[in-house]
Design a protein. Structure first.
Length: 255
């Protein structure tokens, strides 16, 4: 996995193009570590993309064929790799951007769903392909997909494993929008410029509240929202935002 940190952006490239960037458990654990390691004082955004013609083909089926796990061993392996990857993505205090340069299948599609923003080239295809190898969606798929695209659509994708194009992915809400291949880099850069101008710690607090409230009733959700907002009130970012408003200038959230 290739990683570069430059100008407040951590770029992570899935670098197994010969396997369409399929994920082994070791690769999933490595990505979880890279997400957990991002400090909002140093990193404004994380960009995920694939090398070659695919974003990610999901779990490495060849490595699956070599395993002879007991259910207990399988649980431990999945929890420490793909389960932790989902947890780190949802809990990350830094916004995650999926730059979907090609097909996103299985766990690859789940990573797109876990990202805070996702832009895909028009030729990209998607599939919750787990059912094709006798598995259920993981990497947060059963939790997040119903919230993101709706219950019936999530069942359709999980039960059929069908492939669909980027236009349908945008219509479902799985991605923000489709972009022509030669315009993808500029579209991502425009978003990163915007995120750089915003207070990263405040974005992290908003993300924390939104994700924590996915499973709460409205009463508990409103209470938790108030708890997190009270924390935001005490930040330097809030003080700078108010000062900039009163002084009729653009806020400077990053020194």
């Amino acid at each position: 996995m290739q990683t570069t940190d430059e100008a407040g952006i951590r770029r992570i490239v899935f670098d197994r193009p010969e396997a369409l960037n399929a994920f082994t458990t070791d690769a999933a654990a490595e990505l979880a570590d890279l997400l957990a390691d991002c400090d909002p004082d140093e990193v404004d955004a994380i960009v995920l993309t694939g090398e070659g013609r695919a974003f990610s083909a999901g779990g490495d089926v060849e490595s699956m064929a070599e395993r002879e796990d007991t259910p207990e061993a399988a649980y431990e392996r999945i929890d420490e790799a793909f389960g932790r990857l989902a947890e780190e993505a949802l809990a990350s205090r830094v916004p995650i951007v999926a730059r979907v340069n090609g097909d996103a299948v299985g766990a690859g599609m789940a990573i797109v769903a876990l990202s805070d923003f996702a832009y895909a080239v028009e030729s990209a295809r998607f599939s919750a392909a787990f059912v094709r190898v006798g598995l259920i969606p993981d990497t947060g798929g059963t939790f997040l997909l119903p919230h993101l695209i709706g219950l019936r659509a999530a069942k359709d994708l999980a039960f059929t494993g069908r492939f669909f194009d980027a236009a349908e992915a945008a219509e479902l809400g799985l991605i923000n929008e489709t972009v022509a291949e030669d315009a993808l880099a500029d579209r991502i850069d425009d978003l990163l410029d915007t995120l750089h101008e915003r207070p990263t710690r405040t974005i992290g607090l908003a993300k924390r509240a939104i994700h924590a409230n996915l499973g709460r009733g409205w009463g508990d959700a409103l209470d938790y929202e108030n708890v997190v907002q009270s924390q935001a009130y005490g930040t330097q970012e809030h003080a700078e935002g108010v000062a900039a408003f009163l002084e009729d200038r653009e806020p400077e959230f990053h020194s």
